[in-house]
Design a protein around this ligand. Structure first.
Ligand SMILES: C[S@@+](CC[C@H](N)C(=O)[O-])C[C@H]1O[C@@H](n2cnc3c(N)ncnc32)[C@H](O)[C@@H]1O
Length: 494
């Protein structure tokens, strides 16, 4: 089909009109949200926001998007901007999310913090920064109360903050559905909550330990005085949504708020954001927490001894293997697809239920078994992980994904050296595979091997372009490529 010059000009004019009427003002609003919150909004997220913006503009009876954009920029529009931010932030959370962090908090951090507080007669202060609907802050309060200490005498305060007013109101109410307890110990719900119809309300003795407040971590000034001298700061699954510069500033301000020897607890992929000049990574219970340094940097500390022999020690990779997560699409109705979606939302038990309900073990292909192994790894069902991997290995040639799951398995067993070996096998088996490069970078960082870590971060950046989106998500979860890229770039440059 060919167009005349006049037709071409008309098409161009229509495109310009659309850009001027919709795209520029929409981009302008997104830039405003990014400036206010510090969030780095990626392409997928942007698409969701655009739909929301159209709805909100219509709801507020704005005839055009440019006039809605002008309103949001004005002082009268500030509350509307905050409400818009409430609608776009990702508030995914649940009680005792990531069991390893809670074990580290319970068994490593708390005894030290209590001992120190008793020694110097200070009150204990713990801060959940980016608390969403409050599950993390109440998990802190429950953990404290389980220590059976005279909390009020000890003078404990738990501060919980978020930018999202709607989430904070929900946190204040302390009323939760089943979903907030997923994967947790049912005894906790029994003991610390009271049933109200189909929901559960946090008991008052726990409720009153926590105070919720709105605080924008991306504010230009230092955090208020009440957030200073904090013993432990939880800032989990928050930093990963920020841009590089914002993240650096926030970590700096957070570290200024920590008391001497205080601890920072981060999400699984956020460890690289804690500068090694300011924090010492402390390994415990298969995870890392970050202790504020009082002296110049030292080597990583290992606080827990290995308590189990690695099981995959003998087998070594010697031939390039076949990837089992291919480019081809899986049907949206398949149990794999449904389980995968739940897995990305960290609904591990539901993900497993899909498999159990829809597919007998014999019918599960390598792809399903790899996903199942990862789900069971997250649930701490290690024997089942071994079974899944054994079935895949028996059926097919060696797959790079099997080595990668083994690497994560060894990491879960606190054996970082074996994790590195398995990760290298995965990287060797498929040179375009993103996950081994990324995890080898994280492992090397934790082992204090900066030069190696940098090399792996650089490889991760290269492989991000080569690997499939599905396989990247399978091993890193819902973290977007943009955020992964920003983590890797920052670590390559640091
Ligand atoms: C995924 S939730 C994390 C909840 C909890 N920390 C956890 O790990 O389960 C991220 C939270 O960060 C909050 N957040 C995003 N930008 C923020 C900002 N600039 N200041 C404070 N909180 C922010 C969001 O509103 C959201 O509630």
């Amino acid at each position: 089909m060919s167009f005349s010059v006049v037709q071409e000009r008309q098409i161009l004019m229509s495109i310009f009109a659309i850009v001027a009427k919709w795209i520029l003002p929409m981009n302008d609003i997104i830039a405003l949200i990014e400036k206010e919150t510090g969030l780095a909004i990626d392409r997928k997220w942007r698409r969701r926001i655009l739909t929301l913006l159209r709805e909100k503009a219509a709801e507020k009876k704005f005839v055009s998007i440019p006039s809605y954009a002008d309103f949001l920029h004005s002082s009268q529009g500030h509350n509307a901007l905050l409400a818009l931010i409430d609608s776009i932030t990702v508030g995914e959370t649940y009680f005792f999310r990531n069991q390893k962090s809670w074990k580290a908090f319970d068994e490593h951090i708390l005894p030290r913090v209590f001992a120190q507080a008793q020694g110097n007669g200070r009150n204990i202060k713990i801060w959940s920064a980016g608390c969403s609907t409050g599950e993390e802050a109440y998990s802190i309060a429950i953990s404290l109360s389980k220590h059976d200490l005279p909390l009020m005498e000890q003078g404990v305060s738990i501060l919980a903050t978020d930018i999202n007013c709607r989430s904070l109101a929900k946190a204040e109410a302390g009323l939760y559905r089943d979903h907030s307890f997923r994967g947790g110990d049912p005894a906790v719900r029994e003991k610390f909550f009271t049933r109200e119809n189909d929901q559960y309300r946090i008991q008052n003795n726990i409720r009153k330990l926590v105070s919720f407040n709105r605080l924008n971590l991306n504010c230009s000034s230092d955090f208020p005085q009440e957030y200073h001298d904090v013993d432990v700061i939880f800032c989990r699954n928050v930093l990963m949504y920020f841009g590089t510069e914002t993240c650096r500033n926030i970590v700096q301000k957070i570290s200024a708020c920590l008391a001497q020897d205080g601890y920072l607890v981060l999400g699984h992929v956020e460890g690289a954001m804690a500068s090694r000049d300011v924090f010492t990574p402390v390994k415990c219970h298969g995870t890392f927490v970050y202790q504020k340094r009082t002296k110049p940097r030292e080597k990583p500390v290992q606080c827990i001894k290995k308590d189990r022999k690695p099981v995959f020690q003998k087998e070594r990779v010697c031939i390039p293997a076949q990837p089992c997560i291919h480019q081809e699409q899986t049907s949206q109705k398949s149990p794999y697809h449904k389980a995968f979606q739940c897995y990305l939302k960290e609904e591990y038990q539901t993900a497993l239920d899909y498999f159990d309900a829809c597919l007998s073990l014999e019918k599960r292909g390598s792809k399903e078994l790899i996903l199942q192994a990862l789900i069971q790894l997250h649930l701490g069902q290690y024997a089942a992980v071994e079974t899944c991997l054994a079935v895949v290995s028996a059926r097919t040639v060696l797959t790079p994904e099997v080595y990668m799951v083994k690497a994560l398995y060894q990491e879960a067993l606190k054996d970082l050296i074996s994790a590195v070996k398995e990760g290298r096998a995965a990287a060797f088996a498929d040179r375009n595979f993103f996950a081994p490069q990324f995890y080898l970078a994280l492992f090397s960082d934790r082992l204090g091997k900066r030069v190696q870590a940098k090399k792996y971060y650089a490889n991760s950046l290269r492989n991000m372009e080569k690997d499939t989106d599905e396989r990247i998500r399978l091993f890193v979860g819902a973290v977007s490529n943009e955020l992964l890229r920003s983590i890797c770039e920052r670590r390559v440059q640091s």
